[in-house]
Design a protein around this ligand. Structure first.
Ligand code: KG4
Length: 340
């Protein structure tokens, strides 16, 4: 009999549900919350309330798009963490209630593991392009910047991570600082395409090992822009494309320096990226370019699987379920990775 898994994701500001049958995606519905735009960042209280409003219609739509009835489900996978606690509570409680009502198992998933496995989401009529184990994943989002070695779908080790801000935060905060809007990543990505990435230079961090730091470069941009605006109030407007291109290049250089180091140290040549920032067009081009130079096989998830989505939670849940794992109904969500 087929294993049909419903995935539920609610860790931040996207309410998402997906259905997979034997590892193959049938539907993936995402309700992105627009309410945060006016605030220049995610407001946790508003995110929880929007999840509460969205979760029933999103799950219903995912099931009907998949042509699956609740009674046909084998298990429900849900994001337990890390993320915003109030947001996670909505998805976790919904999964528990639905599992109880249908008398089927629930399976908790670490959100980051979902991003790590995004390349394993199979789709009907599309060629399978999966990395071999072990592979390295540059996991870059609004909450994380990590280099992870993935040994199999259920086992992974963090080789390096940010000691302060995540790279997505650097994109978002700098966009806000320049008055460009939220979320900053896609805006900077788009403006950077018309800019000169060599025009401005920003101080790069010197952090030991494979760890990252993005707070210094953020401050470097802040002081630079502040000084220039004092001399010319229109400085940002006149130079925004070059500012975005130069700042984006600096962030990508930092990411790639450590990734290249990790690949050399481990001898691993299958390299993936994942997380919201992996949608960045310049980062995607650069990874492919570095891969060609260094003999890597590079794997870029489809854009729709880079930002938060339940398809990646469903596929991770599928591997956990096949390994015999089930989560007790007493489970509670966790906001931090270290609590997992
Ligand atoms: O993975 P994600 O959807 O949410 C979590 O943080 O878990 O990532 C969101 C982050 C935001 O910081 C957003 O600005 C960034 O991903 N992002 C991008 C791009 N698209 C989204 N950053 C750079 N370039 C993009 N094209």
């Amino acid at each position: 009999m087929a294993d049909i898994i419903l995935g539920i994701e609610s860790s931040c500001d996207d309410t998402s549900a997906a259905v997979i049958r034997d590892g193959c995606l049938l539907s993936n519905v995402i309700a992105s919350q627009q309410v945060h735009k006016d605030y220049g960042g995610v407001v946790p209280e508003l995110a929880s309330r929007s999840h509460e409003l969205n979760i029933v219609p999103v799950v219903s739509q995912a099931l009907s798009k998949a042509g699956v009835t609740p009674g046909e489900l084998t298990a429900i996978a849900f994001t337990r963490g890390p993320g915003l606690l109030g947001s996670l509570l909505v998805g976790t409680s919904f999964a528990k209630a639905m599992g109880l009502a249908l008398d089927i198992p629930i399976v908790m998933v670490n959100h980051l593991q979902g991003h790590l496995l995004a390349n394993f989401i199979r789709q009907q009529g599309k060629e399978v392009c999966e990395p071999g184990f072990p592979y390295l994943c540059l996991l870059v989002s609004g909450g994380n910047s990590q280099i992870v070695r993935v040994d199999d779908p259920l086992h992974f080790t963090i080789l390096g991570q940010t000691i302060d801000d995540a790279v997505g935060e650097a994109f978002d905060k700098c966009s806000k600082m320049m008055g460009l809007g939220y979320p900053g990543g896609p805006i900077i990505d788009s403006l950077a395409k018309q800019g000169d990435s060599g025009r401005f230079k920003f101080a790069k961090p010197h952090i030991a090992g494979l760890d990252y730091s993005f707070s210094g470069i953020k401050t470097s941009l802040l002081y630079f822009v502040r000084d220039q605006v004092a001399a010319d109030p229109d400085f940002i407007e006149k130079n925004k494309c070059d500012l975005c291109a130069s700042f984006q290049k600096a962030l990508i250089d930092i990411l790639l320096d450590k990734l290249i180091k990790a690949a050399a140290q481990t001898g691993i040549k299958d390299i993936c990226i994942g997380g919201g920032v992996s949608a960045n067009s310049a980062l995607r081009q650069r990874i492919v370019l570095e891969g060609q130079k260094r003999g890597w096989r590079t794997f870029l998830p489809e854009l729709k699987f880079t930002t938060d989505n339940a398809a990646m939670i469903a596929i991770a849940g599928y591997y956990h379920y096949k390994a015999g794992e089930q989560t007790p109904l007493s489970v509670a969500p966790v906001s931090r990775m270290s609590d997992f």
